[in-house]
Write a protein that binds this ligand. Structure first.
Ligand SMILES: C[S@@+](CC[C@H](N)C(=O)[O-])C[C@H]1O[C@@H](n2cnc3c(N)ncnc32)[C@H](O)[C@@H]1O
Length: 221
């Protein structure tokens, strides 16, 4: 179900995102990731929202894992229009979430905070909103890019012609990085600010930085 009129014209970033992985590949990736993040222990009655949900493959993953109260939020009508599941995607800005206070048990982000235009203001505002909509004891679960040696190598390779020519999936990734560079670069340059803000709003249950990704699970205190 989709909560607003849609627009099928994808911009260049969206076109690259759509060719990076198929929905099936994405859904399988998210199922593996959610299980690694502890979803086997979450109540199937949990009210879950995925922020920056894109075309909704994360919502499909949650459904496949047995969760039924699942909603998503994304700014792009064109991406949300691709979702054909039974959850609801709200076309909205994650800096101003369209949910009542203390109405969700779990908020998930599979990459999206690094698209916020202004740090620290937008991150602060988004985390404050996530805290507002979570019930006490609720969880924020997020995965975002992180500047590890592996990601430095990926960024270097993304500027080389040959790997892009040889590997279409890598070219899609490189195209996304190019088009989101301003916010991506800003995100990668502020690790301390990001970790400090996360810990200001959420009590960390786990936090790892490896293979180009920050993985954070925190409890609303
Ligand atoms: C890297 S994509 C991630 C999509 C999805 N989580 C996935 O992994 O397939 C980031 C998404 O954030 C959305 N987005 C960017 N800024 C946003 C904002 N302020 N509020 C809501 N969504 C936003 C974009 O439309 C895009 O779908």
């Amino acid at each position: 179900m989709l909560q607003q009129a849609t627009n099928v014209n994808a911009n260049p970033w969206e076109q690259a995102y759509l060719r990076f992985e198929t929905p099936k590949q994405e859904t399988r990736k998210f199922i593996r990731r959610l299980r690694a993040l502890g979803s086997d222990h979450w109540s199937r009655e949990s009210h879950i929202v995925e922020l920056f949900c894109g075309r909704g493959s994360g919502l499909h993953a949650l459904h496949r894992l047995g969760f039924t109260h699942v909603e998503g939020v994304d700014l792009s009508p064109a991406l949300a229009a691709q979702y054909q599941g039974t959850g609801t995607i709200h076309i909205a800005d994650c800096r101003n979430l369209p949910f009542p206070d203390a109405s969700k048990d779990i908020a998930i982000v599979h990459g999206g905070l690094h698209h916020l235009p202004t740090l620290p203001q937008d991150l602060d505002q988004t985390l404050a909103q996530v805290k507002r909509i979570l019930r006490p004891g609720g969880r924020l679960v997020l995965v975002e890019p992180w500047l590890t040696p592996f990601l430095r190598l990926v960024i270097f390779m993304s500027r080389q012609r040959l790997p892009r020519r040889l590997w279409p999936k890598f070219d899609a990734l490189a195209t996304m990085i190019e088009h989101e560079w301003t916010t991506y670069d800003q995100w990668l340059r502020h690790p301390k600010l990001i970790l400090d803000l996360l810990q200001q709003y959420f009590e960390p249950e786990s936090c790892s930085r490896a293979w180009g990704q920050l993985t954070f699970v925190g409890k609303r205190n």
